[in-house]
Design a protein around this ligand. Sequence first.
Ligand SMILES: C[S@@+](CC[C@H](N)C(=O)[O-])C[C@H]1O[C@@H](n2cnc3c(N)ncnc32)[C@H](O)[C@@H]1O
Ligand code: SF4
Length: 296
Amino acid sequence: MRVSSRYVYVDAACRAKIERLSEQSNEGWFDLVPLEDPISFIREQLAAIERVEPGDDLYPYIVFGDVTNNCNLRCRHCINPDWSIATSKRMTLRELDKYVSLLPLFGNNSFGLSCRMEPLLHPEFIDLVESLPEHVRRRASFTSNFAVRKLKDEFFERIVAAGIDHIRISIDSLSKLHFEEIRVNAKFDFFEHNIRALSAKIKEAGRNNVLLTTVVLRQNLREIPALIHDAQEMFPGTSHEVRRPYEPINYIADEEWKEKSIIGEDEWAWLVKSIQKMNIPYARASVTNGNIVLSS
Ligand SMILES: C[S@@+](CC[C@H](N)C(=O)[O-])C[C@H]1O[C@@H](n2cnc3c(N)ncnc32)[C@H](O)[C@@H]1O
Ligand code: SF4
């Protein structure tokens, strides 16, 4: 039997769990066990999951992890419903090794350094990346809000030189007003500095390993066609995912904010049409429910 859509999540304290993507729920997400011995962990966890039998193909598993247990921001639409789970724990090099040791069990598929938290809050993030064996680095990726602080040139040089599979930028707005409204606690100036510096380094190195994600809210809706255009100038030919907040949105507690910010079907239809009308020469638009992916 082929097991589909399951993932392993490892947090910054190197505690792990196996879940099904379809059952991704915020409840119990942090019901994690220490990853002392990865092989035993997998055996025990698999035994607890129905439908997995000896000899099943485990490769469809996806491995996700976080190297920090916190975020500098508190976006109201964030998939994390409860920040009481946040801690100051940061993954150590030893813990990262343990996390890495899970990979071969899953067909050496993608290796994420962030999932639900903010990786650049880790003071030694770049050292962690550089410590990865090359074959792991080539599969490694992370997503960041790029607004933790103004990052130094050295950071961009090292992250581009590290040759990781991809860097995903959350780019919800290029307007200071909208950005700071959506990305609560963020300073737009840090974000702008960082993505422009990354763009310059990526162009200089002739690489194209940046991906973009924009979450659509009423605050940024009308700006998105121009945002796509400007983002493509910074990262030519990159894949840009424009998504609505994941359903069901019951993880967002603030009813008044939901009313003000979550777009309706008409607004989504307007956006799809506007993007299609742009006739972006470098991109193919694939539109699925609540998600537009533009790729070169
Ligand atoms: C949870 S964040 C963690 C990484 C980092 N803190 C960041 O925001 O880029 C991962 C990605 O999920 C997106 N995201 C956050 N809340 C979301 C939601 N409710 N629905 C869909 N995507 C969401 C973020 O914009 C980001 O691109
Ligand atoms: S920056 Fe990312 S993890 Fe932090 S609050 Fe916003 S969406 Fe959530």
